[in-house]
Write a protein that binds this ligand. Structure first.
Ligand SMILES: Cc1cc2nc3c(=O)[nH]c(=O)nc-3n(C[C@H](O)[C@H](O)[C@H](O)COP(=O)(O)OP(=O)(O)OC[C@H]3O[C@@H](n4cnc5c(N)ncnc54)[C@H](O)[C@@H]3O)c2cc1C
Length: 405
């Protein structure tokens, strides 16, 4: 039997997970395409911003990663420009490829509404590694310049970080930055006691998609960290040194981190296919495009739902991985001429890091954790994800070295 050409677009949480399943099938010629040469662990970026982990902890080299699969996967470092779904073709910056099956896993990007004047000029983002890196460097340089120019060890009280969005990313970044400002170079005397952190939330509650338990724990912790939480407000204008809210309030700002909302990747936004309001691809019960059954969409760029209960699934790394498990199992069935099967996609739970050795989380809506226990469980989850990737890279590196000798 001739091998089926399967292309996965995007090496994020969904794409990487699909590779781990589909690479085992001898009847598939598997290609992984990404515009970046690394897999970015965006769920751990708050630890990187606060210098608790290194760049190599949140960026996994895709060449060595794929080499560990011993020729079962080819990594192509190319940006996909568009698809010709009728002719089953992928058009990239360098090539054109013909596919039998396609998995679109190109993720999401930060939503920056055109209606907010000045936003695109003045915001900092963390959805891409490059933006996170730029923010970290600018932030540290800014602190250095302040310390240097003021000739003293502590900052004045006029250093303001504004964070918009009260989902997992906004809450985690706000609490880690607040904790960091307390601990910043404490051992050497550089106490940044003057950093003010404001979290602007368009809802009444923090973590609006999570349970009441998570919402209360997060609010308690953010209050303890003296984060200024502004509820039921939206940013309408951004200037160089302040943001203006819809209630006309002006908030001083040195850095604005924007985490309020996502939209699909440009690749998907530009596709001529059915999508929801967030620009996520509409999919059937097997996560295939409505009019193209050989094209699957998973992760943040798909309008995912639990086929058993027909409830929408949130765009998280966990959903991305579960959608990859589901789709991979069905592709393997399809290739061996078996009937596709729907199954229930259930999220196991959520954990949030809340600054320092503090967190909150719950499993299956039953087991609830807060404080240090939640923090260590969250760290365990992060490490359990990262460790096998590093092991794969080590194996891939060995393989590359052996080929060079
Ligand atoms: C700060 C932060 C904290 C978070 N915390 C959590 C958490 O605690 N738990 C949780 O479950 N989720 C969390 N999330 C959400 C989670 O990171 C996303 O839901 C997850 O990354 C989605 O995975 P994905 O594979 O769909 O997309 P991504 O991981 O975004 O991957 C998409 C890939 O597609 C590639 N790509 C895009 N366009 C193209 C193109 N044209 N050509 C080629 N390649 C392309 C990108 O380079 C990227 O590698 C957090 C997110 C952030 C930002």
């Amino acid at each position: 039997m001739e091998k089926k050409k399967l292309f996965i677009i995007g090496a994020g949480y969904a794409g990487i997970r699909a590779v781990s399943h589909l690479s085992k099938c001898k009847d598939i010629e598997l290609y992984l395409l990404d515009k970046n040469s690394y897999h970015y662990l965006q769920t751990d970026v708050y630890d990187y911003l606060t210098s608790q982990i290194n760049l190599s902890d949140i960026a996994i080299d895709l060449y060595t990663y794929c080499a560990s699969y011993n020729d079962a996967v080819t990594f192509l470092h190319e940006e996909v420009l568009r698809f010709d779904l009728e002719k089953k073709k992928i058009i990239t910056t360098k090539n054109r490829y013909k596919y039998d099956y396609l998995i679109i896993a190109s993720g999401a990007q930060t939503l920056l509404p055109d209606s907010i004047e000045g936003l695109k000029e003045h915001y900092h983002g963390i959805k891409s590694l490059e933006n996170a890196l730029l923010f970290k460097q600018k932030f540290e340089y800014f602190i250095y310049k302040k310390i240097e120019s003021e000739g003293k060890c502590s900052l004045d009280a006029n250093f303001n970080i504004v964070i918009t969005g009260s989902g997992l990313s906004g809450v985690e970044i706000a609490s880690e930055m607040a904790n960091y400002s307390r601990e910043f170079y404490k051992d050497t005397g550089y106490l940044c006691s003057g950093i003010n952190i404001t979290l602007i939330n368009s809802h009444e509650k923090l973590l609006p998609s999570n349970s009441a338990f998570m919402q209360e724990e997060a609010e308690k912790r953010l209050n303890d960290l003296e984060i200024n939480i502004i509820k039921n407000a939206r940013v309408t204008k951004v200037m160089e040194d302040c943001v203006i809210l819809n209630n006309s309030q002006k908030i001083d700002m040195n850095f604005l981190i924007w985490t309020a909302g996502i939209t699909s990747s440009d690749l998907v936004l530009n596709m001529d296919a059915k999508k929801n309001k967030k620009g996520q691809l509409a999919v059937d019960e097997f996560f295939r495009l409505i009019d193209h059954k050989e094209v699957y969409a998973i992760g943040d760029n798909a309008d995912m739902f639990d086929p058993a209960s027909d409830t929408r699934l949130p765009p998280t790394a966990q959903t991305a991985e579960l959608s990859a498990d589901y789709v991979s199992q069905n592709i393997l069935k399809e290739i061996s001429d078996k009937k596709l099967q729907t199954k229930s996609i259930k999220l196991q739970g959520f954990f949030a890091s809340l600054g320092g050795r503090f967190g909150c989380g719950e499993v299956m809506n039953i087991l609830k954790f807060s404080g240090k226990k939640a923090y260590f469980l969250k760290k365990f989850i992060e490490k359990s994800y990262r460790y096998p990737l590093h092991q794969r890279c080590k194996k891939g590196l060995k393989k590359i070295k052996s080929l060079m000798n």
